[in-house]
Design a protein around this ligand. Structure first.
Ligand SMILES: NC(=O)c1ccc[n+]([C@@H]2O[C@H](COP(=O)([O-])OP(=O)(O)OC[C@H]3O[C@@H](n4cnc5c(N)ncnc54)[C@H](OP(=O)(O)O)[C@@H]3O)[C@@H](O)[C@H]2O)c1
Length: 336
């Protein structure tokens, strides 16, 4: 194995619930990549750094333009696993000319980052990864959509366990979502709509046939899948399952149902549904998505380093490769 000559990749929020697992997933994928684990509590990050090796803890101050790092700090990329509403971390990546990954932006959040990119379009590659499970579900959907000549509709239903909760940063995002933000974005009959009332709810059926009433969620999968497939209808709805409703012998894992309607190569129209079931809590696949995106952005897997510009995961990662990695990590996928 060749030794990595890259500067450390800075993972801000690398000591959090998702972050710890993203750091470990990245270490498995890239054993020689130096990693800086950033947060406010350096001790917490330091414990993880010694556990994963070739890593250092750094204290991050998002109130400072230099993030509290030394002037000569040299990083190969900046990954932000929390909502940085100052965008100083993005400006930092632009100033250094290195890739930037934003993991916590909802569909309604990206305006300020788009403007910062438009202001300096050649400064750095910017990846919006505010997608369901770190982009893995959009990539899996694109993989499953390959059997269609034309896709008309994509409906995703996510079923989370009530005990599958993230850390304080994730709860903060949920609070942000319920306080004064727009209705969820869906694409309906060719139009992007901020859905309210009944349009924001949908009944979907889990793999065992149980009906769940889900609510649309404003993640970036809707715009990614609409742009990539041209589907006139795209939505993503979430429902919560009580621990008592878990299928027998199942823990706090999650399930996603992906319904795709479209035209098959023989000209007939079909609706095909797949179940993706993971025994792990949702931070597992989210972290895998973040790690796969990081190595891809840096040019360590799947192609050369991402060029300056705005990116979405489906523009960088090969769906078949991501699905293979998901299955290796324990996700089961089958046609229902
Ligand atoms: N796209 C996706 O698939 C996806 C999936 C799951 C979660 N998320 C998002 O990912 C984020 C992390 O979730 P989580 O459950 O891992 O939360 P968490 O456990 O609270 O982790 C937050 C991390 O950020 C650090 N941090 C918090 N505030 C900071 C600040 N002001 N400056 C520097 N570092 C700071 C924390 O370390 P210190 O406390 O030491 O500062 C910790 O490492 C949330 O925004 C969540 O909504 C996205």
């Amino acid at each position: 194995m060749s030794t990595n000559t890259l500067n450390p990749v800075l993972i801000i929020g690398g000591s959090g619930v998702v972050g710890r697992r993203a750091v470990k997933a990245l270490r498995r994928l890239q054993p020689t990549l130096p990693i800086w684990i950033g947060g406010r509590d350096r001790d917490k990050a330091a414990a993880l750094a010694s556990e994963v090796g070739l890593a250092e803890a750094v204290r991050i101050d998002l109130e400072r333009d230099d993030l509290g790092l030394p002037p000569d700090a040299a990083v190969s990329g900046v990954v932000v696993l929390l909502k940085d509403d100052t965008l100083r971390s993005m400006k930092y990546a632009q100033a250094k000319g290195v890739p930037y990954i934003a993991f916590s932006d909802f569909a309604f959040d990206i305006g300020p980052a788009v403007a910062l990119h438009a202001h300096r379009p050649a400064a750095a590659p910017i990846l919006f990864l505010g997608h369901f499970l770190g982009g893995t579900m959009t990539l899996a959907t694109l993989h499953l959509a390959r059997e269609f000549k034309k896709v008309h509709a994509i409906e995703m239903g996510g079923l989370f366990d009530e005990e599958d909760v993230g850390g304080p940063a994730a709860s903060g995002d949920m609070e942000r979502l319920t306080r004064g933000v727009p209705s969820p974005l869906i694409r309906q009959d060719g139009k992007f709509v901020w859905a309210s009332d009944e349009a924001a709810s949908r009944v979907f059926h889990s793999a065992d046939g149980t009906a769940w009433t889900g609510r649309a969620y404003p993640l970036l999968d809707v715009v990614s899948l609409a742009a990539t497939t041209g589907a006139a209808t795209v939505r993503l709805d979430f429902a919560i399952r009580a621990a008592a409703q878990r299928p027998q012998g199942q823990g706090a894992g999650f399930e996603t149902i992906i319904d795709i309607t479209g035209e098959l190569p023989d000209g007939t129209t079909a609706r095909v549904r797949h179940a993706l079931v993971d025994p792990d809590v949702h931070s597992g696949l989210s972290a895998l998505g973040a790690a796969l995106a990081t190595e891809r952005m840096l040019g360590l897997a799947g192609g050369p380093p991402a060029a300056p510009g705005l990116h979405h995961p489906e523009g960088l990662l090969d769906p078949a490769y991501v699905v293979q990695r998901m299955q290796e990590s324990g996700t089961r996928i089958w046609r229902v």
